[in-house]
Design a protein around this ligand. Structure first.
Ligand code: B1N
Length: 846
């Protein structure tokens, strides 16, 4: 059957012309020089680092293309069941280094680039991050793509090609966050393949007329049509030819501009329609976790309609593309779930559920029941948060206007649910009434749940909370077996081998197995355990940590001009700034420590553990309290770092513009990292895994994946504090109805807050709204956890002073992190959810 896929003309001539993956240094240098000469139209004499990067990237891209082509051809021929990962965010970071490591070409390129007069590290540094995501959710999607390809699983990602990714963060002289656009596409992007011929028309607005032929079909017509254009990004697996695809959609006007208006002299009108089409994929929404402000009244989604249009544009284009591929394979529509599994990354792509219903009923002439059977066997939904302000709700009038046919279908889904309930004698009609409130809103988590085969959370505790809180009714109605857990994971390729090459090399040498073996079976790290007792090994381990601290210090010095001391404990909290993540608790702890140091005699100070505290993270542009937190940190840093009494013992830095690349420098340098969310609020966390994999210890609350990390590495190797999840609700109730003044409840904290109010860190009263969140309702329990937090920090200091014991803990931690490889996680999705199997890809072309 493959015969008709063979090339036209002489096959031998085709084969002779095919490129293969670069085999040696000479092939690499030839390829790079060729790209300098032709693709870049530049010459050796005027080539700078950026040019060298571009040529090296184009050369690596050619290698990726060889494998990508073979992989996609193999899929087309073998027709395996495929999974599609729909995510509004893919936080990929840089590609060159990762691509070369996965291809096994890093050494050859390093050599080749050197021969051409460049330094590989400098060349790699030229690349801008692809930052099409806010934080953990988007980075998880990127790790899952890496693991899918590495496990040879037929998985494609679908997302949006935002012209501007997450904003660049600048810090003003006053310490305020300023936002600038992220021009990531300014110097061409060698990693994407424009597919200008792969396009779909996507409709908005207009009318939906139900046909009165008893079929339930409708015709949706009129309104606006926008063109979706595909851009493909190659996703190489590690140590395999398997190379998957990430397809990103760009929105374009169907025609450049309206010629009629143009000819009539209405130039503005002529370009207006084209502007509104291009606007859809112009920018990533920066509101991680927030559809409204935490005071639950101020809407942050001012461009709400545009966000809805993004969601529909992307899901409709992706489904049309999936449907076209399925049909090209010549299958019957009823077999759709046997060949297609679609993972919904949070509720953002939930419109895919009514959209597939629309396609099956209106275009494919299926009955409602036939369509519903297909839909509920195709989709899988992952929930990533139980925070009320993050749960998506769309106003019915908005959906009715933008997507009239989908609103009809959503009402029908809701009504069918009610009928089912009645026939099952379930009395609680609230259950599937996912269209609720005044004004009426659609609760997307409920729609995603009812339209999916399975629903999962991202860590044990979180999955439990999903089932007992937001989707409790559905567990009763549909049975607990629909609900599951897949604990998140991280790719050890980027988050150990790439970001910490020295540690990776030491591990390989020590385990006496190939790097490619343990990087794909991370439980092999357990082989490091006995070496915790080996003094010489410990010395090597800690020397690497030290060099990673120096690498970080060097990076900070060259980028920010700051001198950081490296003979201190490095204490790191890097993540989005949010009240639930409690950067406030951390900065208040730092201030507490500062005043404690100020009181000490020189003799006492000599026994103190030196600490350098790092923060990094972005605040949503409209999240006022989070922005104040940044301002406080920056200004506290100014005072502390300049104080001759303390600066030898305590330094504090807020590193601007947190990114994947910055994380890759910070994480390997950390001795301890903080994951201190109020219990029950952080669904999983994934940076906790990255730090521990790199031998950094964890200071955290009993929340999210921290719990499972402790289970693996042992309670005595982590530092836990704070109240547990079941206590949280009651404590909040106490705050509201039996408030105790902070001076009484927690005097050391009251002292710290008063010092800030008194202006010790400047600000002239600007911090009051932030401090009042703690003095008043204290929703995130700072006052309840402060004492145990401080006590635990002291335990950390004490533990660190016993250097040898600390290194043992560090080694044992790394050794027990095998569970948290995203390979394990993606295999769980593949086996227990999608029912897909690996497809092995031949090397060396056709
Ligand atoms: O998803 C990560 C988890 O490790 C984190 O704990 C969790 O906070 C994060 C709306 C979100 N949950 N929800 C979001 C992102 C963007 C947006 O517009 C919500 N991000 C998470 C991976 O599971």
């Amino acid at each position: 059957s493959g015969k008709d896929q063979w090339p036209r003309g002489d096959e031998g001539v085709w084969r002779d012309g095919m490129r293969t993956v670069d085999k040696d240094v000479q092939a690499v240098t030839r390829s790079i020089v060729g790209h300098v000469q032709t693709s870049l139209a530049r010459q050796a004499y005027n080539l700078d680092n950026l040019g060298a990067y571009q040529a090296a990237a184009l050369s690596a891209r050619d290698d990726l293309l060889v494998n990508w082509n073979t992989t996609q051809l193999t899929f087309t021929r073998k027709q395996p069941k495929r999974a599609y990962y729909l995510s509004l965010e893919f936080l990929m970071g840089r590609t060159l280094d990762n691509a070369l490591l996965n291809l096994g070409l890093k050494d050859k390129f390093t050599d080749g680039v050197q021969k051409l007069g460049f330094n590989m590290e400098d060349v790699i540094e030229q690349e801008r991050d692809a930052a099409l995501g806010n934080g953990g959710l988007g980075r998880l999607a990127a790790c899952y793509l890496d693991s899918s390809a590495s496990q040879e699983l037929p998985v494609w990602g679908y997302g949006l090609r935002y012209k501007y990714g997450i904003f660049q963060q600048l810090i003003s002289p006053q310490g305020e966050q300023l936002e600038a656009p992220d021009p990531w596409l300014d110097n061409q992007n060698p990693w994407e393949l424009p597919r200008l011929d792969v396009t779909y028309d996507i409709r908005f607005y207009g009318r939906a007329d139900r046909l009165d032929d008893g079929t339930g079909r409708a015709v949706w017509h009129g309104g606006q049509e926008v063109l979706a254009v595909a851009y493909d990004v190659m996703i190489p697996g590690y140590d395999t030819a398997s190379t998957n695809n990430l397809r990103l959609w760009e929105s374009k006007p169907q025609r450049g501009f309206d010629l009629n208006s143009f000819n009539a002299g209405n130039y503005e009108g002529a370009v207006e329609a084209s502007n509104s089409a291009s606007a859809i994929t112009s920018v990533l929404y920066p509101n991680d976790h927030t559809t409204c402000a935490p005071n639950r009244s101020i809407p942050i989604h001012f461009g709400k309609e545009l966000r809805l249009k993004q969601q529909y544009f992307w899901t409709a284009a992706s489904l049309a593309d999936i449907m076209r591929r399925f049909k090209n394979a010549g299958k019957n529509i009823r077999e759709f779930p046997d060949f297609v599994a679609i993972q919904l990354n949070d509720t953002h792509p939930t419109l895919a559920i009514p959209e597939l219903m629309r396609i099956l009923i209106d275009d494919e002439d299926l009955t409602w029941d036939q369509a519903w059977t297909i839909v509920t066997n195709t989709f899988f939904y992952t929930n990533h948060t139980v925070l009320p302000e993050a749960l998506e709700k769309w106003p019915v009038p908005l959906i009715e206007n933008v997507l009239p046919r989908h609103m009809q279908i959503i009402y029908d889904i809701s009504m069918n649910g009610q009928v089912l309930l009645a026939s099952n004698h379930v009395s609680d009609i609230q259950l599937t009434a996912f269209v609720e409130g005044q004004p009426k809103q659609v609760r997307m988590a409920h729609l995603a749940c009812i339209g999916s085969r399975k629903v999962n959370g991202v860590a044990e505790l979180h999955s439990e909370l999903v089932q007992t809180t937001i989707l409790k009714d559905f567990v009763e109605f549909e049975g607990v077996s629909k609900f599951g857990n897949v604990t998140n994971g991280i790719t050890p390729r980027r988050w150990l081998d790439q970001c910490n090459p020295e540690l990776s090399a030491l591990i390989t040498k020590t385990l006496k197995i190939e790097k490619s073996v343990w990087l794909k079976d991370l439980t092999k790290l357990e082989g490091l355990l006995p070496f915790a007792e080996d003094k010489a090994f410990r010395a090597q381990w800690s020397a690497i940590k030290q060099r990673n601290k120096e690498r970080l210090a060097h990076h900070v010095q060259t980028t920010l001009g700051l001198i950081i001391r490296t003979d201190a404990m490095f204490d790191v909290q890097i993540k989005r700034i949010h009240e639930y993540k409690r950067q406030t608790l951390n900065i208040l702890g730092v201030i507490h420590r500062y005043f404690a140091l100020k009181k000490m005699t020189p003799e006492e100070k000599k026994k103190v553990n030196r600490r350098v505290v790092f923060f990094a993270g972005k605040a949503a542009p409209a999240y006022y309290i989070a922005k104040l937190t940044i301002r406080l940190i920056v200004n506290v840093a100014r005072v502390i770092n300049a104080d001759p009494d303390t600066k030898e013992y305590l330094q504090l830095y807020f590193l601007p513009d947190y990114s994947v690349s910055l994380a890759e420098v910070l994480i390997p340098a950390s001795d301890i990292s903080q994951h201190i969310s109020t219990a029950g609020t952080e669904a999983s966390g994934t940076s906790n895994m990255k730090f521990c994999l790199n031998g950094g210890l964890l200071l955290g609350t009993v929340d999210g994946a921290n719990i499972e990390i402790a289970e693996e590495v042992g309670e005595n190797n982590v530092f836990f504090f704070g109240h547990l999840t079941p206590a949280v609700e009651d404590l909040r109730y106490q705050h509201l109805y039996h408030p105790v003044p902070i001076e009484e409840k927690c005097p050391p904290l009251a002292f710290v807050l008063n010092q800030i109010s008194a202006g010790v860190f400047g600000g002239d009263g600007v911090y009051e709204p932030l401090l009042n969140t703690i003095r008043q309702s204290d929703y995130y329990l700072i006052t309840d956890d402060f004492d145990s937090y401080i006590a635990t920090l002291e335990m950390v200091d004490e533990a660190y002073l016993d250097k040898e014991e600390w290194i043992k803990k560090s080694i044992r931690t790394t050794a027990k992190m095998g569970k948290f490889s995203s390979d394990r996680a993606i295999n769980e999705y593949a086996e227990s959810y999608w029912n897909i199997e690996p497809v092995s890809i031949p090397t060396g072309g056709l």
